[in-house]
Design a protein around this ligand. Structure first.
Ligand SMILES: [Zn+2]
Length: 251
């Protein structure tokens, strides 16, 4: 991908609308091109400013009660009898549909920035698995993987040997998630792959790990020593929590 193609895809990239292959090509270009990275960052800031300034509208008081009352007054469905719509019930149904669809539109138009961040992490995990590009440096030796990141990122990810605890190190790679270059450390537990993304901490990061599940993957997010961590895997939540405490406690 060149800069012209990257510029044409910048909006779709920020909005999470690229397919995995295009997203991977875009991420690879951004890792090597500061100019395009700057443009993507500007678009991301604009999108964040727009959603921060957006207004929300609450449904008027009593709307739910009025719809409920109208529905109660509507005739019950009786098989074999011709259905007749009563105007009030029809109006109530239409109001309900309108209320639900405008709620859905708002939810889509103003995504929670925390959700977008988690979606980005899951997309990064899926992208690495689909593109069969899990590692740039493939080694189970922490003393090989850690120095490989030197000079490639403005952070030094802690790489730990968890082999004896059942989480062998597979390697590491550079990735581009949540609008910035990040270190991805790859661990394995039985047949499951764990991508541990390490990026500069942001204000939202919590000291206590926050667990969530999206698209069938578990995500555990925590912060430690000024760095943000996102562990993504199809592992069960309990196993991922064990991985998190091992990462934290192992020196
Ligand atoms: Zn470029």
């Amino acid at each position: 991908m060149d800069c012209r193609q990257a510029a044409a895809r910048a909006d779709a990239f920020v909005d999470g609308e690229l397919d995995p292959a295009e997203r991977a090509a875009m991420a690879a270009h951004l890792l090597g091109c500061a100019a395009c990275r700057g443009q993507v960052e500007e678009r991301r800031e604009l999108a964040a400013a727009l959603s921060a300034g957006a207004t929300y509208h609450r449904a008027p008081e009593g709307l739910a009660e009025r719809i409920g009352a109208a529905l109660d007054a509507a005739p019950a469905f009786a098989p074999g009898r011709a259905q007749r719509w009563r105007p009030a019930a029809l109006a109530a149904s239409l109001a309900l549909v309108a209320a639900l669809s405008s709620f859905a539109t708002l939810r889509l138009a103003v995504p929670d920035p925390g959700d977008a961040l988690l979606d980005d992490m899951v997309a990064g995990h899926v992208r690495a698995l689909m593109a069969d590009h899990l590692t740039d440096v493939a080694s189970s030796d922490q003393h090989t993987v850690k120095p490989w990141f030197n000079g490639k990122l403005n952070l030094s990810p802690p790489v730990k040997d968890l082999t004896t605890s059942g989480f062998p190190l597979v390697g590491g790679r550079l990735d581009y998630v949540a609008g910035r270059p990040a270190a991805a450390l790859v661990y394995r537990h039985r047949q499951h792959v764990i991508n541990l993304f390490v990026a500069p901490d942001d204000a939202r990061a919590a000291a206590t790990p926050a667990a969530s599940a999206r698209q069938g993957y578990n995500v555990l997010h925590w912060s430690d020593g000024g760095l943000g961590y996102w562990a993504v895997s199809d592992l069960g939540a309990a196993d991922l929590a064990q991985f998190q405490s091992l990462m934290r406690e192992t020196r």
